[in-house]
Design a protein around this ligand. Structure first.
Ligand SMILES: Cc1cc2nc3c(=O)[nH]c(=O)nc-3n(C[C@H](O)[C@H](O)[C@H](O)COP(=O)(O)O)c2cc1C
Length: 177
């Protein structure tokens, strides 16, 4: 089974997760989205993006628009908490960009927010929807240490389980349990 790990990453967070996935699946090919080959010859695509305005970032979206009807596993990093409604919505919004694909799984974890963005938000007037408050500053501080080793291990475990499930079906044998 040919596996592509394609990742869009501006500051390196999502690339860390992509590398953990690739290391767990030794035959998988890892490409940054800027250099990724067409998806046509792959059986399974791990598509990674960073969350921008509640969906996949623009470069990821450009590549996703070229994926036809494929098996896709989505993974992402974001500033918000991974168990938040925002994280769930962001994955759903990204999945909606691939209406012809089978979404085989999703993984999301926090990623440190670019300090330049934080500096910009710190200057916003209090009436602005993104102006800092205690909860927001705590979330930024919590995000700063992610993705950490545990996030990467979880992503690797998720990818291996997903790969094995699909490979067993590709071979025509359904594994029970
Ligand atoms: C311009 C910009 C927009 C962002 N929008 C969101 C957002 O809508 N929701 C969110 O939770 N995080 C948002 N973030 C945080 C990033 O998704 C997060 O830091 C991510 O880990 C960056 O990944 P990267 O290092 O792979 O580029 C935004 C960051 C930037 C720079």
């Amino acid at each position: 089974m040919k596996v592509l790990v394609c990742v869009s990453s501006k500051t390196g967070n999502t690339l860390k997760v992509a590398s953990a996935i690739q290391e767990a699946l030794p035959d998988a090919e890892l490409y940054k989205v800027e250099n990724a080959p067409p998806s046509a010859s792959y059986d399974l695509i791990f598509m990674g993006f960073w969350v921008d305005k509640g969906t996949a970032d623009e470069k990821a979206q450009e590549y996703m628009a070229t994926i036809g009807s494929k098996k896709v596993a989505l993974f992402a990093t974001l500033g918000a908490y991974p168990d938040s409604a925002h994280a769930d919505d962001s994955l759903k919004n990204a999945a909606a960009l691939l209406p012809d694909c089978e979404i085989e799984g999703r993984y999301i974890c926090q990623g440190a927010i670019d300090p330049k963005l934080i500096a910009w938000m710190e200057k916003l007037p209090s009436e602005h929807p993104h102006s800092p408050d205690e909860a927001r500053r705590k979330r930024w501080a919590d995000a700063a240490s992610h993705p950490d080793a545990q996030d990467c291990q979880r992503a690797a475990d998720w990818a291996v389980e997903l790969y094995q499930r699909i490979a067993s079906f590709q071979g025509g044998v359904a594994v029970s349990g």
